[in-house]
Design a protein around this ligand. Structure first.
Ligand code: ATP
Ligand code: MG
Length: 486
């Protein structure tokens, strides 16, 4: 893919003309209305900036073939069809888009009639997904204003929050409904021109993230936009405009109303972006992290000897590095890192109360996970391996007999070992233990045995003696166990 410099693209784009399309002539003042609640008009141009093809650098050569197929097919059927969102934004910045989103005036049902390989998804926001093998092109119908005439109205709100929005309208109305100005740029397949209703090009050039409309109101409508602000600021290296930034310090509590499954999806986008460490720092700066991971935030706030912060940060930096090296990453490890500190503290409390290590870890993990699940839903296919990574931590300390040989064949050994390395690097686990496991894995068969023999010899020097009195000293349960086994 060709890489354009932001400057080159946008300076070329500045021979622009303002053309008033008929679509925006009737743009209403109130864009979204809850019954009996007046809303301020959004900051949006009544006349969009239209950048004709020769004056911008978006080329069809850089758009996925499947997205082009969808755009052309919709056009053939006499619908409007535009590329929008991250696809346009990232192409203008010279980044490779993660996916391509299409906006159209065809309703989801009409889109389904056009494409056989199409599924309608979502209740809150009905969308059409057009499937091409593993690639999905998301096709959204232009969102409209609740006050427009004639169009289908299906919007439900509660305390300023949008619960459902399937009211359709024009492209101009749709632009207002989008989140950030840089996400509201349209590439029209009919004319190959760029359409900008919200000064998105100006903000793109300035490296500025700005919400369309009144920021606080837009965060209240959908608090996930706070997380999106952090994600785009980190991913694009943009500064958040002061008016868009200010409410972030105040509104973290709104995340409590978001479905835990949606938060999980959003967190994966945030932390598996390759900029997880920046994201973590920004989320903490705005108080958003504590809303999502209160037990972890509590530990971080009570950091001892600088340890907790370095563990999470190192874990996230490690994930970022793996992503930049195109290595695999998994939510099991990520959440393992994010939740380890409260799990470890609870584990140590159980140990201090006399629990055996395995049991202590099992109980600590169970407690922290069940509290966390009510905020962010970690699917079982990730929470089970995450808990295995944790439960292997005390087992990695047992280096005698056949245990290490067995442990290296455990399906989760490698992840647990990586986890131990991080703990050692951050000063929480013994670096000698981590180094021993590194040597053990690299060692040949006989070398491994000699490493084990060392541990074995120590064990033989302290043979266990059966002392009938010992059982009674250990208390009634131990006595019972002793009696039943003898
Ligand atoms: P990327 O795909 O790179 O993560 P994106 O900007 O394309 O970024 P998507 O989640 O794919 O983000 O959404 C596509 C577009 O839909 C956005 O660019 C934005 O215009 C709009 N959008 C998505 N989520 C919201 C939201 N919560 N509120 C308003 N508009 C949104
Ligand atoms: Mg996208």
């Amino acid at each position: 893919m060709a890489v354009f410099s932001r400057h080159a693209v946008l300076s070329a784009a500045y021979l622009m003309t303002r053309v008033p399309p008929s679509a925006i002539r009737n743009l209403p003042n109130t864009v979204m209305q809850e019954p009996s609640q007046e809303m301020s008009p959004p900051a949006i141009a009544a006349t969009p900036l239209i950048v004709p093809r020769p004056e911008h650098a978006i080329s069809r050569a850089n758009i996925s073939e499947n997205a082009l197929k969808v755009l052309y097919r919709l056009k053939q059927e006499n619908f409007q069809a535009h590329l929008v969102g991250g696809g346009v934004r990232d192409l203008l910045l010279g980044h490779e888009p993660k996916d391509f989103d299409v906006a159209t005036d065809a309703t989801p049902e009409q889109v389904r009639q056009v494409f056989r390989n199409c599924r309608l998804i979502g209740r809150r926001f009905r969308l059409a997904h057009v499937h091409f093998g593993r690639e999905i092109i998301e096709v959204a119908t232009f969102r409209g204003s609740a006050s427009g005439d004639g169009e289908e109205k299906d919007r439900e709100m509660e305390s300023g929050r949008i619960l459902r929005d399937n009211t359709y309208g024009t492209i101009a109305e749709d632009a207002v409904r989008r989140d950030f100005t840089v996400n509201a740029l349209y590439y029209d397949i009919a004319s190959f021109s760029l359409i900008d209703y919200a000064d998105g090009l100006e903000d793109l050039k300035a490296g500025r993230l700005r919400l369309i409309g009144d920021p606080e109101q837009r965060y209240r409508e959908d608090p996930v936009r706070m997380l999106r602000a952090v994600r785009f600021a980190c991913k694009l290296g943009f500064t958040i405009d002061p008016l868009t930034e200010a409410p972030l310090f105040e509104l973290a509590h709104l995340l409590a109303d978001i479905a835990p499954a949606r938060l999980f999806d959003e967190l994966i986008k945030l932390f598996h972006s390759g900029y997880g460490l920046d994201v973590f720092e920004k989320l903490r700066q705005y108080g958003l992290f504590g809303e999502l991971f209160p037990a972890t935030e509590d530990c971080l706030a009570r950091e001892d000897h600088g340890f907790p912060i370095t563990f999470v940060s190192r874990g996230l930096a490690n994930t970022d590095k793996r992503l930049h090296e195109n290595k695999s990453v998994t939510p099991a490890f990520l959440f393992g890192v994010l939740l380890w500190e409260p799990v470890r503290r609870r584990f140590e409390q159980y140990l201090a109360n006399g629990e055996a290590a395995n049991e202590a870890m099992f109980m600590a993990a169970g407690e922290i996970c069940s509290r966390q699940q009510s905020l962010v839903a970690l699917p079982k296919r990730f929470s089970l391996p995450m808990r295995e990574i944790w439960s292997l931590q005390p087992r990695l300390e047992q280096r005698d007999g056949k245990r290490p040989q067995r442990l290296v064949t455990h399906p989760r050994f490698r992840a647990a070992y990586d986890f131990l390395l991080l703990r050692a690097e951050s000063g929480e686990a013994d670096p000698e233990l981590a180094a021993w496991w590194t040597r053990f894995q690299e060692a040949s068969g006989p070398e491994r045995i000699s490493m084990l023999e060392g541990a074995g010899k120590r064990r033989r020097r302290r043979p266990r003696r059966r002392n009938p009195n010992a059982a009674s000293e250990a208390g009634p349960e131990a006595t019972a166990a002793f009696e039943s086994s003898s």
